[in-house]
Design a protein around this ligand. Structure first.
Ligand code: PMV
Length: 381
């Protein structure tokens, strides 16, 4: 094992494991930077959500004339990750002149801020509909912390929007079930719909134009099959092409996009059956197939959308080599250069050691499967 940092979920043990080094304290409800006038606000809450990674990928949107609904072109299936979290505080106040959003101590502006405000607008409208009129006129102060690299293809938007809708609805006193929270989160980021739930999660494509049926649901609990995930960080910087832009470019120009959409249901069924039967070989085969097919459709866009670097490719080869040697591991990878190795617990040590030895791998994060998004604290009348 070389000296690359290994971050691990708290329950991990073993001499090569360290406590997570990037873990930050949860955002305080009344942090120093908060305006003093907000300290007494009756409408505030803090929530936490885990990131998730898709084994059967979502790539592409449907019904582009209703972009605000953010409807997926294909269904997807994910696992929720215990060690990767976003913690978000939301405070509504009549003293604010605009929404204010800080993510990891950075104030969001322009397009990023508008995306969060659009979600807050939906919650303000729901508050008005549920006769919480005091909140519908208030702007919000939002503070959010990720304990892992942001916007680097590690699904930070998934945990971010799940934590946001969970905290903001609790702060506003809006009563929603998990399906409705998932729908709200999806409008912020497609993958966020899945982070409302823990364990193994399905987000169907849905058929309806209003998106009421494009709502995630849990398939299996963490206890059903406690898989492990080793994430090789090969570049912790911001991704070059956002998933939204990459999807649009793929949809508009890739000759393979139509066949990607048409074949998705078969992959979802195969993965769902493999999970139900805890058939690792089946899940490995269909997950790598879905991942590589997603990237193939993106690579076939004009110009091609390319997320891998040389270390990403070396990791994928190493993982296949380990599997050929009999270790239960497969890879998946999203809109960034990080490689996620999904494995059985007994393979985790050798997977970690192999990936840590690859030139260009800067850091490893290790995680088990995590639970649902949850409210940590809330105050409203
Ligand atoms: O939810 P978005 O817009 O960040 O898109 C996520 C896309 C992938 O991560 C590449 C695949 C997935 O299903 O999570």
């Amino acid at each position: 094992m070389n000296n690359k940092t290994i971050n691990s979920a708290a329950q991990q043990s073993g001499s090569q494991r360290k406590r997570p080094t990037q873990q930050q304290a949860p955002a305080a409800l009344h942090s120093d930077h908060n305006d003093k006038r907000l300290a007494g606000s009756r409408f505030q809450a803090q929530a936490m959500a885990h990131a998730n990674i898709a084994l059967i990928k979502y790539w592409g949107k449907r019904n582009l004339h209703t972009p605000q609904l953010n409807l997926p072109a294909v269904g997807s299936l994910s696992i929720t990750l215990d060690a990767l979290t976003t913690t978000t505080s939301v405070c509504f106040s009549e003293h604010l002149q605009t929404d204010q959003v800080r993510v990891n101590e950075r104030d969001l502006q322009a397009r990023e801020l508008q995306r969060i405000s659009a979600s807050l607008d939906l919650i303000r409208a729901l508050a008005a509909a549920q006769h919480r009129t005091d909140i519908s006129n208030c702007f919000a102060q939002v503070e959010s912390h990720n304990n892992f690299p942001t916007a680097a293809g590690l699904a930070s938007s998934a945990s971010a929007f799940a934590a946001l809708v969970k905290a903001a609805t609790a702060a506003a006193g809006v009563q929603l079930d998990d399906a409705a929270l998932s729908r709200l989160a999806r409008m912020g980021s497609g993958s966020a719909a899945r982070s409302i739930f823990g364990g193994f999660v399905l987000l169907p494509r849905g058929q309806r134009d209003d998106g009421e049926d494009a709502v995630a649901r849990p398939l299996q609990s963490v206890a059903h099959w406690p898989l492990r995930v080793v994430i090789a960080i090969t570049n912790s910087g911001y991704k070059s092409v956002s998933s939204t832009d990459g999807m649009h470019q793929t949809m508009q120009t890739s000759a393979y996009f139509r066949s990607w959409v048409e074949a998705q249901n078969a992959d979802l069924q195969q993965a769902e059956a493999a999970i139900e039967q805890r058939d690792f070989a089946q899940l490995a085969e269909v997950s790598e197939y879905s991942c590589l097919k997603m990237h193939a459709t993106a690579l076939a866009a004009r110009p091609g959308v390319m997320y891998w670097n040389p270390a990403s490719i070396a990791c994928m080869h190493a993982i296949r080599e380990l599997r050929a040697q009999g270790h239960a591991v497969f890879f998946t990878n999203d809109a960034g250069p990080q490689i996620k190795a999904v494995c059985l617990p007994e393979a985790e040590a050798i997977v970690s050691a192999s990936l840590a030895a690859i030139p260009g791998v800067q850091q490893l994060l290790c995680s088990g499967l995590g639970g649902a998004a949850r409210v940590l604290d809330s105050q409203h009348p």
